[in-house]
Design a binder for this molecule. Structure first.
Ligand SMILES: [Ca+2]
Length: 372
């Protein structure tokens, strides 16, 4: 870009027919500079949030949200019309290097770095997994177990989750560089990071993390996402709209209808799906932006880190919605598939939900912001 501009100036000045006086030179510089600004505006790079996330402007619009291929699960139905306002979405998941800077500058401790008491934790997890006990009791015990440290990890050999009390974003069972997505992060961790970025930008925090509330510019709780000026997580609807490249009927967030192991970070060596082309099984995350982005320029909307969104998972309504924001539910929604998950999980329409302090060695996030 700089080189191209220098060439433009050189050509301009070589073509001058005679020496110009000062006033003419000032006028000429003004015209050339105006042209330069116009050129720069036309080719403007996406704004970079403090902390390093590249924010892509996603134009708002209306779309069909949910299981548009009628091949998923009950909570992906009914397909319903949703309209979202324009917003910015980071082109990639927050990386290990980005998250490290946040931790180093703030001393933040993640949910996975809670107190260690393996005996007490094991006892609660056992209650939580006992099918003989009432559901509510099991849920309460499992929730209580999350107050202790550690992180669930995906065992690629058994293809199931286990728990390790020593794991956290900086200590995983697979190798990561600073370019990999940060994982073992809870919703609380993600919201805390977003608030830190808002602070660096001189913007009010988007979250009351302790109470799980979304905040407007005055610090009051709101469910109107357009009233939130700070950095935040995308809503579930915004995430799906962006994964659909602006609402398109498409199966995967990288813009394809067929899951190929070479195109995204997921387990392509399991499952018998018409939309799967068999490929490698992943044994951990890969650097962000390793594969082609979708048409909006968004990377890893299919696989790599699983992505927390801002609101709770709630049953879909029949009616159309505008900027929906769910405040009630068992857990926050998690979207986009993960490195250890299969092609079914990778589908845009697939929804998971987790308590806000839960985490696993796939759970990460990307930043969003309303376009004011
Ligand atoms: Ca992802």
């Amino acid at each position: 870009m700089v080189g191209a501009m220098a060439n433009v100036y050189n050509v301009q000045f070589r073509l001058l027919p005679r020496e110009l006086n000062t006033a003419e030179l000032v006028a000429l510089c003004f015209i050339v500079c105006l042209g330069g600004f116009a050129l720069a505006a036309a080719t403007q790079d996406p704004p970079i949030a403090p902390g390093g996330s590249r924010m892509i402007l996603v134009p708002g619009g209306a779309f069909a949200m949910g299981d548009v291929f009628a091949e998923g699960e009950d909570d992906e139905q009914p397909v319903h019309q949703v309209t979202v306002a324009p917003f910015y979405l980071a082109d990639a998941e927050v990386s290990v290097g980005q998250f490290r800077r946040f931790v180093e500058e703030t001393g933040y401790r993640t949910s996975a770095e809670g107190p260690l008491n393996r005996a007490a934790q094991d006892s609660l997890i056992r209650i939580g997994m006992d099918p003989e006990l009432p559901r509510e009791q099991r849920i309460a015990a499992y929730d209580a177990s999350l107050e202790f440290g550690g992180c669930a990890w995906w065992d690629p050999d058994r293809r199931s989750f286990d728990f390790d009390e020593h794991l956290n974003w900086a200590n995983l069972r697979f190798e990561q560089t600073d370019a990999h997505p940060a994982v073992c992060l809870s919703w609380d961790d993600a919201a805390s990071y977003a608030n830190w970025v808002s602070g660096l930008s001189g913007l009010p925090p988007a979250y009351d993390v302790e109470n799980g509330l979304l905040l407007d510019a005055e610090g009051n709780a709101t469910t109107d996402i357009t009233k939130v000026p700070g950095y935040r997580l995308p809503t579930e609807a915004e995430w799906e709209f962006a994964a659909r490249e602006g609402g398109r009927v498409v199966r995967f967030g990288n813009g394809t209808d067929v899951a190929r192991g070479g195109d995204a970070v997921f387990d392509a060596d399991v499952g018998d799906y018409t939309y799967l082309e068999r490929g490698p099984q992943r044994r951990g995350t890969m650097p962000i932006r390793s594969h082609s982005p979708n048409a909006l320029g968004l990377f890893d909307m299919a696989g790599n880190a699983w992505e927390w969104v801002s609101d709770f998972l709630a049953p879909y309504p029949q009616d159309s919605q505008v900027n929906p924001y769910q405040t009630v539910g068992r857990g926050r929604a998690v979207r986009g598939g993960r490195w250890g998950g299969d092609a079914f999980e990778l589908r845009i329409a697939k929804r998971f939900q987790w308590q806000s302090n839960n985490r696993c060695d796939a759970s990460g996030f990307r930043l969003a912001r309303s376009a004011q």
